[in-house]
Design a protein around this ligand. Sequence first.
Ligand code: FUM
Length: 361
Amino acid sequence: MSDVSGDVRLRTDDLEPSYDIDVDMTTTLGKLEIPDPVFTASGCAAAGRELAPFNDLRALGGVVTKSILLGPRAGRATPRMAETPSGMLNSIGLQGPGIDAFLDRDLRWLEDNGVRAVVSIAGTSVDDYSKLASKLRGQPVTMVEVNISCPNVEDRGQVFACERNAAAAVVQAVRRNAPSQVPVFVKLSPDVTDIVDIARACVDNGADGLSLVNTTLGIVIDPDTMRPVLAGVTGGLSGPAIRPLALRCVWQVHQALPEVPLMGIGGIRTGLDALEFILAGASAVQVGTVIFNDPSAPARISRELRAALAQRRIARLRDVVGLAHRPPELSIPEEPDPPGDEELVAEVAPHRSAVSFEEDV
Ligand code: FUM
């Protein structure tokens, strides 16, 4: 699947820091301080085990597990994946072993290996979500991600993320039943007219943060069979093809709700892609589709992001969250000077960095 992650991968060697800056990659997600902003995205590596040979999972922000339902589920009929230009379409249909088996086997493995677990839950009713959230009490869970945006459900009415009251009801139920100290993030769909409206409904009803975005609904037709390629006909489009769409969602939600922590998701395959999401307002990113092409991508992207920040003389990741929203007249120089006595950008407050930088150089 060469095309899935794009063919121009930025090599780590190209981004070796040329400035002697020890970048602090710590990020804040709700009440949590996380040492690294790169997470694996739900659905691209089950519960993370397969990625362990390729990444130090403990060093990543965390592993977002494949969305889990109350009971086991076989998912949709095959074929359920198709390659597309710069992306792929999936219609897995929330296949999984059910919450009890997941807790016994997968969550235990993550705990035993010291990996921060972000447990993604999905259901077909508000009651499903309540029960799933209750099941997480007393479990080694770092965060909960509430997946209300899977496009591969039988009934579009079950895409709770497409309607503000439905989204609000699920979030309320999860927040009431989930362990109180565990941040609840809600994963939204880009397939809405006004994502800020849905984001606001989630936050007003107890979401601690938002994951932006899930896949967007697509279709591929085989010109030989003259039929849809996927047995389920439609599927969720992911990969670099949707990056500008996902970035736009992060931008809009950060602009409207700047205090709300966001995880950016959508076609991230390099450290510079991740940096775009951070600059748009994400405090962390999730890496998904690229893993099919490069299973070591999460660790590589983290290294590349660190190097990209060092090259820009940014000492703390958190200082550039949302920095692209500053007025254009406060631009930083395109080519930073070589290291010298200048103050680091990151020694001033976020969103004011550019001002001081300009004044200082
Ligand atoms: O079909 C699936 O299992 C996909 C889930 C999702 O995109 O949330």
